[in-house]
Design a protein around this ligand. Sequence first.
Ligand code: HAM
Length: 431
Amino acid sequence: MVKYQRPRGTKDILPGETEKWQYIEDTARMLFQDYRYREIRTPMIENYHVFSRSSGDTSDIVSKEMYDFHDKGGRHIALRPEGTAGVVRAFIQNKLYGPDTPKPYKVYYMGPMFRYEHPQSGREREFHQIGVESFGSKSAEMDVEVIAMAMDLLHQYGLKHLHLALNTLGDRKTKDTYCKALIKYLEPHFNELSEDSQKRMHKNPLRVLDSKDPRDKKFVAGAPSILDYLTPEAKAHFDRVKQLLDALGIKYYVSPDVVRGLDYYNHTIFEIMVKSSAFGNGFTTVCAGGRYNKLVHQLGGPEVPGIGFGLGVERLILVMKSKHLPFPKANPLDAFVVNIGDKADIASLKLVQDLRNQGISTDRDYTGRKPGSQFKMANKLDAHYTLTIGDKELKNNSVSIKSMDSGKQVTVPLDKVAKHFSDVVNKDFDE
Ligand code: HAM
């Protein structure tokens, strides 16, 4: 028999692990609510051009990593490699820039993304992002809200010593003059560059700076800095962002070598890195984002600016585990009902249902275990209470309830158990 394996670069997230994911997602939802971001859910598949026209066809994401195919109707479809482009498409298609929507329009999303990458620790082919996008404000205050929210979220997970790398790509004029200077710098080294960079150098020299190939990396250090090419407007925006971050006491490192791997950015870009033994004690980027003032227009909408970030959930969990940060206890069970003898079976089944109806998480045996094994099972499941019902209890119309933490035992009339259970629990907590 063929034993099927999950596709390379994907993971099964099993019970025991899913609770960690729920905790991460719940924490993010609560925080986003505080900042007035609301959830948006867009399809996992989009028209291929939604990505090729936004991320850019010189980006690795579009040129090498996209999962794309023609569907049975001949449409060119792609699995989303990232969240921003789909959200922008939805923003335009649903006219969320209209007069009836609050400005800025602030959304968050969480879900799987797909990139055909070389799988390694923290780099999957199916991975998950928690992301936010804010539309309709050009102000530096908005940039800082988004950055502060990302830092806030990572702090809530218990991460410390975050390294916020900050840069700007300026406006169109900045990018144009800088790219010319970059080409001038790179041209004499053309033959030493990787084949990819040779192909991209004239079309999009920023991609050379972002290359992971060691042949390209050695030229990054000596490359001209974009900060020397900022127009007065671009410089003013960046200065204001830095001033506001200072005012909020958020430490950052201006990093002209950070250019991001997606084409749609302008002005502020940032990456939040953290050092972790999960990545050989080096830095890994857990969260990254930036401003994209032209993207909505580029995808066919009006001129509406935007900014956002994406947080890699797999990377976050790897980092949290490596730092032994606490996750809430997995799935606590309130009660386990041990039933002894056939006669008690129906009564125990009813009791289990009654308790569940009261919102008390309850389980019982379904495999004919002997009482001793049922007690062991209750222990294994970490139940807070074990309720025993057997011939003796049936005769007395009662159930014995034992607190597994204190060892204390009480006997309660059968028809009052569900009602009395919460009192017992509360009393136990009070003591
Ligand atoms: P990105 O830098 O491509 O940006 O991805 C954001 C984060 O997703 C990365 O920092 C990383 O933690 C995680 N990530 C990316 N690729 C993988 C992978 N193959 N395996 C595991 N984790 C990965 C974006 O996607 C932009 N949409 C962010 C954004 C939102 N910019 C503005 N708004």
